[in-house]
Design a protein around this ligand. Sequence first.
Ligand code: SF4
Ligand code: SF4
Ligand code: SF4
Length: 258
Amino acid sequence: MPAKPKVAFFEFTSCEGCQLTVVDSLQDHPELLDAIEIVNFREAISERGQDYAIAFIEGSCTRPSDEARIKQIREQAAIVVALGACAHLGGVNAIRNRSDLQDVRQYVYGDKAEWFETYPARPIHAVVPVDAVIPGCPIDRDEFIMAVTHLLQGREPQIPDEPVCIECKLKGNVCMYLRGKVCLGPITLGGCGAICPTYGDGCEGCRGLISHPNVPSLLNVLAEHGMSREQVEAKMTLFLNYQTTELEAEGVVDVSHS
Ligand code: SF4
Ligand code: SF4
Ligand code: SF4
């Protein structure tokens, strides 16, 4: 019988909610535990194996010393998967990137601020090459199972590059814009089943941008629906700050002055 692929889970700056979703998913799919050998998963087991082929990384890189550890994981693993919005996008950790980091550190740690190193939060792919992404905050449990299954089959997990609006319309939802609210669904990668609009809230962009999003057009729509510049900036920087900053650097948008 061939050896099972060795799998490890690691966290950087995160709430560990995505790893919790993994534990939850595996409880419903014990057959996967027969197909892989988990050698390192601090949230679930005591072992700390350093010999693994597939590494799932949750969380953002938020301090210089994170980089050496991420690079070490990359050197060991044949496949690195970014697990969730923090690892994929910088996620909510990157909200702080628009602030003076010294002020942020002071606010959190008070007179002990100097004890803690920091720098602008960044997704894992900004530090090392990433082979696959499981988006979302938290990840979708079915997508996690799909991703592991595809990796075991030697395939790259593929998330359809379609906006949330597609799933939302297929569900027959009345659009949030017709209900007096706003929504980032037109520019956000779907796959979550449009869960937020389905339950009455606009999409906040937790799965990241689709390829070639028309962000300037959406910003116009947000303004037409009464959002102030500060509200637009807050909306575009909750999960999407890192990607928005990249678009600003390319001159595509400027949400701080939209
Ligand atoms: S993506 Fe969301 S649920 Fe996952 S670790 Fe980050 S904050 Fe937690
Ligand atoms: S509610 Fe949001 S996701 Fe649904 S159709 Fe409207 S803009 Fe698109
Ligand atoms: S609707 Fe938007 S914010 Fe909600 S889960 Fe889907 S991508 Fe994330």
